[in-house]
Design a protein around this ligand. Structure first.
Ligand code: SF4
Ligand code: SF4
Length: 122
């Protein structure tokens, strides 16, 4: 899904599926230093098995891992996950079991509109 997420240089339009969203979240977690993601030893973190964003992955497990991570982020309160205000978190569209498309940028027109908001009119 294409949406505005927080990247290394601030908010930007990204196209992230769950695999890439986890990778982006992990990069965010360690200050966008890829080697730190690779060397992460927080094996208790739900995203840990998926942090590299490569290789064959258990898709069902990946969905559950994001859900678990978001619940941990919200003190195990499902309502708080649902109401998460961090719309630029890379995991936002995938925080619930069903994809939340409320942040999706569907057309070039919308992309231009969002670019205007963030000062990039090119
Ligand atoms: S696996 Fe968890 S602790 Fe490790 S980099 Fe990713 S989000 Fe951070
Ligand atoms: S989407 Fe919201 S609840 Fe999930 S990790 Fe990001 S900030 Fe936390």
């Amino acid at each position: 899904m294409r949406f505005i997420a927080l990247g290394k240089n601030g908010q930007e339009i990204m196209t992230l599926n769950r695999r890439k969203a986890i990778r982006e979240r992990c990069l965010n977690c360690v200050g966008w230093i890829p080697s730190e993601v690779r060397n992460c030893d927080f094996t208790w973190c739900a995203l840990h098995p998926y942090r590299m964003g490569i290789g064959k992955q258990d898709a069902t497990g990946r969905v559950a891992a994001i859900r678990k991570y978001c619940l941990q982020c919200c003190n195990d309160q499902p309502v708080e996950v649902r109401l998460c205000p961090c719309r630029d978190c890379s995991l936002y569209p995938y925080r619930k079991r069903r994809v939340d498309r409320s942040v999706e940028i569907k057309s070039e027109a919308k992309k231009t509109a969002y670019s205007g908001i963030f000062g990039d009119n090119n």
